[in-house]
Design a protein around this ligand. Structure first.
Ligand SMILES: Cc1cc2nc3c(=O)[nH]c(=O)nc-3n(C[C@H](O)[C@H](O)[C@H](O)COP(=O)(O)OP(=O)(O)OC[C@H]3O[C@@H](n4cnc5c(N)ncnc54)[C@H](O)[C@@H]3O)c2cc1C
Length: 206
């Protein structure tokens, strides 16, 4: 069983077995992966060769896929549900905390870290909190480059306050969903479109 990568902000790429039978992965010389997968309904049996195999089609998997495909490698995603339309990403509330350039000058990554540790009762993993706070602006910029849209206030992002944050640093993605239950499509649909455009293969096993 193998899963690969995810940008630091989207930790939590799910690793699991696709069906009752373990996914068999062989690694050949030249790091080309060859694997067999079977739909749970037993309808299809396919053999796939790929340079990069990503398991899970949420925000972590899609981000990893877009980054990997950008290097020119052949990328395949295996997902239990539909890529971009399954997992927690779809049901997120779309809020993200970021120390954004041009916002209040008294905010900083250090303050973001302090607030996050305080909110987490200091049970948080400090290294992960540090990545979250320091890489947030760069990651939001990357998401916008992939087509994700955020609420705007004239020429810049609309920054609001939210519980647990001592400064204004919450932004919200906006998108295609008409339902409050699928707000996360604002992230996953543009990224899935981008991945498709880059030639990423989607192996969806419902
Ligand atoms: C109600 C709710 C609200 C949230 N609101 C926010 C918010 O406002 N802001 C914020 O930053 N975060 C929020 N989160 C957290 C955020 O949604 C998650 O941290 C993030 O979406 C995780 O992305 P992911 O790609 O790691 O996982 P997921 O989006 O869960 O994707 C997992 C993927 O793996 C696939 N999969 C699962 N099992 C298998 C398997 N066995 N084999 C193959 N594929 C499999 C699924 O089909 C899916 O495609 C919220 C979470 C919830 C539940």
């Amino acid at each position: 069983m193998l899963a690969l990568i995810g940008p630091p902000l989207f930790l939590g790429l799910r690793v699991g077995l696709i069906s009752k039978e373990p996914l068999e992965v062989e690694i050949f010389k030249g790091a080309v992966l060859k694997f067999t997968y079977e739909r749970t309904d037993g309808m299809e049996l396919n053999q796939v060769s790929t340079d990069v195999l990503i398991i899970g089609g949420g925000l972590a998997g899609l981000s990893a896929a877009v980054e990997a495909a950008g290097t020119g490698r052949k990328v395949s995603m295996v997902s239990k549900g539909r890529v971009g339309r399954s997992g927690n990403t779809v049901i997120t509330q779309n809020n993200m905390a970021v120390v954004w350039k041009g916002t209040r000058t008294d905010d900083s990554a250090e303050q973001h870290i302090e607030d996050t540790l305080s909110g987490g009762g200091t049970l948080n993993g400090l290294d992960l909190v540090q990545v979250l706070a320091t890489a947030a602006a760069e990651t939001i910029t990357w998401l916008m480059e992939q087509g994700v849209q955020f609420q705007r206030d004239q020429d810049d992002l609309l920054i609001k306050g939210s519980p647990g944050h001592s400064r204004l640093r919450t932004i919200r993605a906006v998108g295609v969903s008409q339902s409050n239950r699928t707000l996360g499509l604002a992230f996953s649909v543009p990224l899935a479109d981008r991945a498709k455009a880059l030639g990423v293969g989607f192996l969806e096993i419902y």
